[in-house]
Ligand binder design. Structure first.
Ligand SMILES: *Cc1c(COP(=O)(O)O)cnc(C)c1O
Length: 397
């Protein structure tokens, strides 16, 4: 039977590994040798789960939609990660990693952020744990995401605008890695998704797997069955998707359908559909699929959703797609907006524009009446209101 687990060297098939500068070798080696011991330690587990319950508000509900289910002719459940503290799944990961950092004796935290969601989730747990916090963010994103920058600053973090390259997420990640190289002994790098060198992709997947653990319990209660027929999630770097599918990977009766961002269309030259369009390469310490030009330059991705426009993809997802374990659909900006308005009007829930990509899968599949479909609603839409208002005006005007 297939396990889909990472191997000793950090690979999922040909994807993954740890391609890092020499100076970080000891840090990454130490992390690799300690993360499983720490994560499985009962004392860590208790502290982690107590915080998830009392601080984050877990378990997040598994909500059976009525009108959405009716529309698509099946049973659609939403896993409500949008109801977590700070508004998305990202806090599950930052809480786990900061507890790990503390156990490793680190005093200084760094992180990269694109739209600012991971930056806010990191600044939040740094305030909680009284740790110094430095957030690298492309200058273009700093200007685009003012409210999140102000939240991070209010939480006590220092936001460092990055002016290299295109001044967006990829460049912010490069700078964070550079900082880590300069301060390897006291600094812990909290990576925000299932990306980066081994052991990060596996560690982040395990920390997010609380999502699938809860889905399993909740489905037993509500449907008296162990497995859904379908699991649906969006993929940027792949962390909410990894968390949603983790405990179901070896259940072949569970279909996994993932949504990546097609932007203005797969062939438009403006998309972030890494699994459809990417080629094998190395980005931020990991061998995976990435958007690149003929001569191997990383291409700037585009999506209406800032959380999905990463030029790479977590190595687990490259592998699941390649082996056929997951089906990956590319959802355009237009389709995601449509799906966001539909959920809002049918269920009274405004989703994050990232999560709306997962909802966009519904109109592309044919479900049977008794199919049980679980969609990860990775975040809430507050941060996307200006995008939605603009789109609504376009439609009305
Ligand atoms: C960051 C973000 C994503 C994308 O990140 P993954 O690591 O792929 O989960 C998706 N949804 C929301 C709400 C986000 O904030």
């Amino acid at each position: 039977m297939h396990t889909y687990n990472v191997d000793q060297e950090g690979y999922y098939g040909e994807f993954g590994g740890a391609y890092i500068p020499e100076i970080l070798y000891q840090n990454v080696e130490l992390l690799k040798n300690s993360y499983l011991k720490v994560l499985e330690d009962p004392k860590f587990q208790k502290e982690y789960h107590d915080l998830l319950r009392d601080y984050v508000g877990r378990p997040s509900p598994l909500y059976l939609t009525k009108r959405l289910s009716q529309k698509y002719g099946c049973k659609i459940y939403l896993k409500r990660e949008d109801l977590n503290h700070t508004g998305a799944h990202k806090i599950n990961n930052t809480i786990g990693q900061i507890l790990l950092a503390r156990r490793m004796g680190k005093t200084r935290i760094i992180a990269e952020t694109g739209a600012g969601q991971h930056g806010v989730a990191t600044a939040t747990v740094c305030a909680l744990m009284n740790m110094q916090c430095f957030i690298y963010m492309g200058k273009v994103d700093v200007e685009r995401q003012k409210l999140n920058v102000e939240k991070m600053q209010m939480l006590g973090a220092q936001v460092i605008p990055v002016t290299s390259g295109n001044m967006t997420l990829k460049d912010a990640t490069n700078e964070a890695i550079r900082d880590w190289c300069s301060n390897p002994s006291n600094t812990y790098y909290i990576i925000g998704s299932t990306v980066g060198p081994h052991p990060y992709p596996d560690m982040v997947a395990r920390l997010q797997s609380v999502i699938s653990e809860e889905i399993r319990k909740q489905l037993l209660e509500k449907e008296n069955r162990k497995n859904p027929d379908y699991l649906i999630a969006c993929v940027g770097g792949g962390s909410n998707a990894a968390g949603t599918i983790y405990h179901f990977l070896n259940e072949p009766s569970v279909s996994i359908v993932l949504a990546e961002a097609a932007g203005k269309g797969l062939n438009s030259g403006e998309s972030a559909a890494t699994i459809h369009l990417g080629k094998l390469g190395i980005i931020h310490g990991s061998k995976t699929l990435l958007m690149q030009s003929e001569d191997g330059q990383i291409e700037e991705p585009y999506s209406i959703s800032a959380g999905l426009d990463y030029p790479g993809i977590g190595p687990l997802h490259a592998y699941l797609a390649k082996t056929g374990r997951s089906e990956v659909l590319a959802i355009t900006d237009e389709e995601a907006i449509e799906a966001a308005f539909e959920l809002t009007r049918l269920e009274g829930i405004i989703p994050a524009i990232e999560s709306a990509h997962a909802l966009g899968v519904l109109s592309k599949k044919n479900f049977k009446e008794d199919d049980v479909v679980v969609i990860c609603l990775s975040g809430r839409g507050d941060k996307d209101m200006y995008t939605y208002i603009k789109e609504q005006k376009k439609r009305n005007g």
